[in-house]
Design a protein around this ligand. Structure first.
Ligand code: M6R
Length: 609
């Protein structure tokens, strides 16, 4: 997704701009650009493709100016091209803007501006912004920016630069993240903390409706009415190394291996020392609260949605509350039946996913109580929800979500058990037993991660197949969906997951000799039925790779390959079975020479619809 950086100080701006944009590359982008105020003019350079293309264009002609802005674009309005890349300028070249988000009313604004003689050169929605600034500017930069903000509708983080106001950068936030980094004699602007963490840890995280007036020695925050806003400095505590690869070839592999620590962190402080109960300090729910809820929605996108499916299973099984799970992109437009007796739980790693945020806002509008499960402190979703529980997975850089998923699963499990404690739907003995097993999960993930050779072999053997099917029942089906998503997004192999019981209703027609089928068979309650589904595909000469719990002696009788994960309760086993599926996707992508951390057409944080 788009990334923004800005610099104002005494150093050559271009140096920070390129460094900051490099740190944001993980967000995904298709073009990049910078603008630097050089006094006589504003220097602008942009290039479609990777940052290297921009650096090549800047070779031997880097601008000397000390005020600048930069951007990496992920195309929404208009294809990836030099012209559509940001920054965008007005007719005179005196105003320059970078933007993340969407200006929803840009068409009518553009028509109006064209009728007033403005010349547009791009297909973007953003370009209306500098032209509007040109239109309303009468010598008061801040006043003009506020006037522009009053004219535009939609979501944005915006940074404004003016040739005639070289001492000031102005930025504004609405539904898109924006942070100001506080330096000494210099200040920084970025859409994400990794861009500035090597420069400063002291930041202002802007809220919706806030405008920052950034000079080299000061930062002033105002609201849209022009009133001063007093903000606390937010000190970033995670270090720069945490956002780097730490010796692994890819962020994805690093993050897969971080899962034992990540799930341990998620659990920490939430399990009572004597192992008798789950504590959710953030929530303080009681029986009255839960009795007032007659329906729970879990709403999310992609991998987080898959975590939601498992979450539904946990809550229904343990807390005996009715749960519906919905894709945020569907939920927000389908007039959901939601009222003040509904609890809406949104799950989002980034806390910035546009559809999830919109679903959350819609739920609040309808009167629901809302809870966010997210990984990013201070994210838009975290701020918007009534209550928030953090997964504490640490920054996830790879586009393919791995440790975010397992930490979401742990959190949903603990939430369900916490609800069950309040509802008294699970006995104290069973609670203790589950907590005991929960505590073993980090070590069991490590164990699963220690035996990757068979997975590498399968990946090499089947990495060039066109189609792969994943099957399972109950929780195994939910994990199968996640396994298939992982494979398709990073290796570009067509992968589909099916509930095993559905095979004979259509999909079995696709199972022919040599087609790889990954069959999960860990759910004891449906084990026999799963086994007969596996036999059905085996009878069609599919190549079946089984995923089973240690101690399963049955599956091996029918299959050539079985990957075993440590034994645990069938509720917790998704935390283990997903690991070989993540690794299989990773090594298949390596086999095929794919760009694992930045898969084509995808972005880490989907902040536009
Ligand atoms: O940040 P979020 O959890 O809200 O993101 C949701 C999806 O965009 C995300 O899980 C996506 O599906 C991942 N690329 C999957 O690996």
């Amino acid at each position: 997704m788009c990334g923004i950086v800005g610099y104002i100080g005494d150093k050559k701006a271009v140096e920070f701009l390129l460094e900051g944009l490099t740190k944001l590359e993980y967000r995904g982008y298709d073009s990049a650009g910078i603008a630097v105020n050089c006094g006589v003019n504003i220097f602008v350079e942009k290039a479609v493709g990777r940052l290297d293309a921009l650096k090549e264009k800047l070779k031997n002609r880097e601008p000397e100016g000390t005020v600048g802005i930069g951007h990496t674009r992920w195309a929404t309005h208009g294809r990836p091209s030099d012209l559509n890349a940001h920054p965008h300028t007005d007719c005179t070249g005196k105003f320059v803007v970078v933007h993340n988000g969407i200006i929803e009313n840009y068409m009518s604004l553009k028509e109006d501006l064209i009728s007033r003689g403005h010349k547009f050169i791009s297909e973007t929605d953003t370009e209306v912004v500098p032209h509007l600034l040109e239109e309303v500017y009468k010598g008061d930069f801040i006043g003009a920016v506020r006037e522009v903000l009053n004219k535009i509708e939609g979501s944005y983080s915006l940074v404004f630069m003016s040739k005639d106001n070289p001492e000031t950068l102005i930025c504004a936030k609405q539904d898109n993240p924006l942070v100001v980094g506080l330096g000494k004699g210099e200040n920084f602007i970025a859409s994400d903390i990794p861009a500035i963490i090597s420069k400063t840890r002291d930041t202002y995280i802007l809220n919706d409706g806030e405008i920052a007036i950034v000079k080299k020695d000061s930062v002033k925050i105002i609201n849209r009415r022009g009133e001063d806003v007093q903000k606390k400095v937010f000190r970033v505590t995670w270090n720069a190394e945490a956002a780097e690869k730490g010796g692994y070839e890819h962020f994805m592999l690093k993050e897969i291996h971080e899962q034992p620590k990540a799930v341990r962190d998620t659990m920490s402080e939430r399990v009572l020392k004597d192992g008798s109960a789950i504590v959710m300090e953030e929530l303080h729910w009681d029986k009255n609260f839960l009795d007032s809820i007659n329906k729970i929605y879990i709403v999310a996108c992609g991998t987080a949605y898959h975590a939601g499916l498992v979450g539904k299973f946990y809550i229904e099984k343990l807390a005996r509350k009715l749960v519906e799970v919905d894709l945020a992109s569907e939920y927000r437009y389908r007039d959901p039946i939601v009222d003040e007796k509904t609890l809406v739980i949104v799950i989002s790693q980034s806390g910035e996913t546009s559809d999830t945020l919109a679903a959350l806002k819609e739920s609040k509008r309808l009167g629901a109580k809302t809870l966010a499960v997210t990984n990013v402190v201070g994210s838009s979703i975290a701020r918007e929800a009534d209550q928030v529980v953090y997964t504490w997975a640490g920054p996830e850089i790879a586009v393919a979500s791995t440790k975010a998923y397992t930490t979401q699963l742990i959190l949903m499990f603990m939430l369900a058990l916490y609800m069950a404690q309040i509802q008294k739907t699970v006995s104290p003995e069973r609670t203790r037993e589950l907590i005991e097993l929960l505590k073993k999960i980090p070590a069991q993930i490590s164990e699963t991660l220690s035996d990757v050779d068979p997975i590498k072999t399968f990946a090499r053997q089947y990495g060039f197949n066109e189609d792969v099917f994943y099957i399972g029942r109950s929780l195994d089906y939910d994990v199968a969906l996640e396994g298939a998503l992982k494979l398709k997004e990073i290796s570009y192999i067509h992968a589909e997951a099916y509930a095993s019981g559905e095979l004979k209703h259509g999909t079995l027609a696709l199972i022919v000799e040599g087609v790889p089928v990954i069959a999960l068979a860990t759910q004891k309650s449906v084990y026999e039925k799963t086994l007969s589904n596996i036999k059905e595909v085996k009878a069609r000469d599919a190549v079946v790779i089984g995923i089973a719990a240690a101690g399963d002696t049955e599956l091996e009788k029918y299959l050539d390959h079985v990957i075993f994960v440590p034994e645990t309760d069938e509720l917790l086993i998704p935390l283990l079975t997903v690991v070989p599926l993540q690794l299989l996707a990773y090594y298949a992508a390596i086999t095929r020479g794919c760009d694992v951390d930045k898969p084509r057409n995808l972005a880490k944080s989907v902040t536009v619809e």
